[in-house]
Design a protein around this ligand. Structure first.
Ligand SMILES: NC(=O)c1ccc[n+]([C@@H]2O[C@H](COP(=O)([O-])OP(=O)(O)OC[C@H]3O[C@@H](n4cnc5c(N)ncnc54)[C@H](O)[C@@H]3O)[C@@H](O)[C@H]2O)c1
Length: 398
């Protein structure tokens, strides 16, 4: 098979996992990286053994050896860099959120369509075999009509007031912090698994830590407790805690709690769907088991055993039962789907059904926007605005 070349822009925390996932495919070459400066690109290219260090992302985009661009920069750069990559005719895999606002996301969807290339946004939790299993069970009616969709995405890495990240600066991270950063993953997962859309939300947001001590100079993602270095006080305006009620287009009700200042919760994403016949529940930190709940028979815990999975979920499980697969494997599954799509030309008809696209990224930003509007209006129901949404993808459900 013809090998593909990828280039990565923004070689920070998540970039390591993009490169790792690409390497596991075996048929993609890591051509090089571009960072915030040439020196930092050289350093990261060395550390990641990632080929060429470009002086800038513009130089990377000009390299014909790069056919696929991974955009893993901070949120405020997503629009500019993804647009430039699309205009250069590259396939684009952007990390989430797609852009800093719904308007910017819509612009990217339109540019991706005009470019006729593959466009992917890494809502990576879709890549778990048991997430696909839950989705298949719901699509096949095994749960009956879903009536309640609920869960959480809780973390604790911002608990300490000396922890600081660009995510907390609206100019860099966007208007929302916790919802945009991790609530976005949950909303995408809930819609993907249920096959239903969130139509209205009622949100209560809160900033538990309104003043933080940030390093006087740069602030890396996931910066830990401040050391002895010079600090500056920063007033935080975006939310680190959120409680949201949801309504879905199939009539189901829902509720979601999100927080990044909750001691003990590391990456605690959970989703439960209750139907009229049965329920399913899945936890990111225990990803090899799917709880299936019944009313008049024993509940079961379905292990991630390829032999027991729906055919649509089986290819997302690579190891036999009892050999755990987790976050990095799901990430690799998503990247594998992305490259399958790229090899098939990136047309809407050939998209693997589990693969999140820029359309999903735009859709997601409309949901988060509605949550911000709901809170700003004093905690009242707000419709998720899809009046300006590009038409849904044709063909496969997703
Ligand atoms: N899918 C997930 O689960 C997941 C997890 C973490 C982060 N993310 C997303 O990935 C993105 C990056 O997050 P991170 O945690 O890796 O952040 P990070 O701060 O660790 O990395 C960002 C990188 O971008 C580089 N950069 C800054 N300006 C640049 C420029 N002009 N040109 C090129 N590179 C530049 C920085 O030097 C740094 O290497 C964010 O959008 C975030 O939401 C997604």
């Amino acid at each position: 098979m013809k090998r593909l070349g990828m280039g990565l822009i923004g070689p920070g925390f998540i970039a390591t996992h993009h490169i790792d996932a690409v390497r596991r495919l075996g048929d993609v070459d890591v051509i090089g990286v571009a960072a915030s400066s040439h020196d930092s690109a050289k350093k990261r290219a060395r550390e990641l053994n990632a080929g060429h260090a470009y002086a800038s992302y513009v130089e990377l985009l000009a390299d014909p050896a790069v056919q696929v661009v991974h955009n893993t920069t901070p949120n405020h750069l997503h629009r500019e860099i993804s647009l430039a990559a699309l205009r250069a005719g590259k396939h684009v895999i952007s990390d989430k959120p797609l852009a800093s606002s719904a308007e910017e996301s819509r612009e990217l969807v339109e540019a991706a369509r005009a470019a006729g290339v593959a466009h992917v946004v890494t809502f990576n939790y879709r890549g778990h075999a048991l997430v696909q299993q839950a989705r298949a069970m719901i699509a096949k009616g095994k749960l009956g009509a879903p009536v309640f969709v609920h869960g959480r995405y809780l973390q604790d890495w911002l608990t300490d007031e000396r922890a600081y990240t660009w995510r907390l600066d609206p100019k860099l991270g966007g208007a929302s912090s916790a919802l945009g950063d991790i609530g976005s993953h949950w909303c995408d997962l809930a819609e993907h698994v249920t096959g239903s859309r969130i139509t209205a939300v009622l949100a209560d947001l809160h900033t538990v830590v309104p003043i933080r001590q940030a390093p006087a100079t740069s602030a890396k993602a996931f910066a830990k407790r401040g050391k002895a270095a010079a600090q500056r006080e920063i007033a935080i305006t975006s939310e680190d805690l959120a409680s949201v009620l949801l309504r879905f287009d199939n009539g189901a009700r829902g509720c979601l709690i999100v927080g990044q200042v909750l001691p003990g919760h590391k990456n605690d994403l959970r989703l439960e769907v209750n139907g009229r016949l049965a329920s399913v529940a899945w936890q990111q930190e225990q990803p090899n088991a799917l709880w299936v709940g019944h009313h008049a028979q024993a509940n079961t815990l379905l292990e991630r055993d390829p032999a027991l999975l729906d055919p649509s979920a089986r290819s997302y499980a690579h190891l036999p039962a009892g050999h755990p697969e987790a976050w990095a494997d799901a990430f690799r599954n998503l990247i594998a789907d992305a490259y399958t799509w790229i090899r098939q030309g990136g047309s809407p008809e050939t998209r693997p059904p589990a693969l999140p696209t820029f359309e999903d990224g735009y859709r997601n930003s409309l949901v988060i926007d509605a949550m911000l509007r709901s809170h700003a209006a004093g905690g009242i129901w707000q419709a998720v605005d899809d009046g300006h949404e590009p038409p849904r993808k044709k063909g496969k459900r997703g």
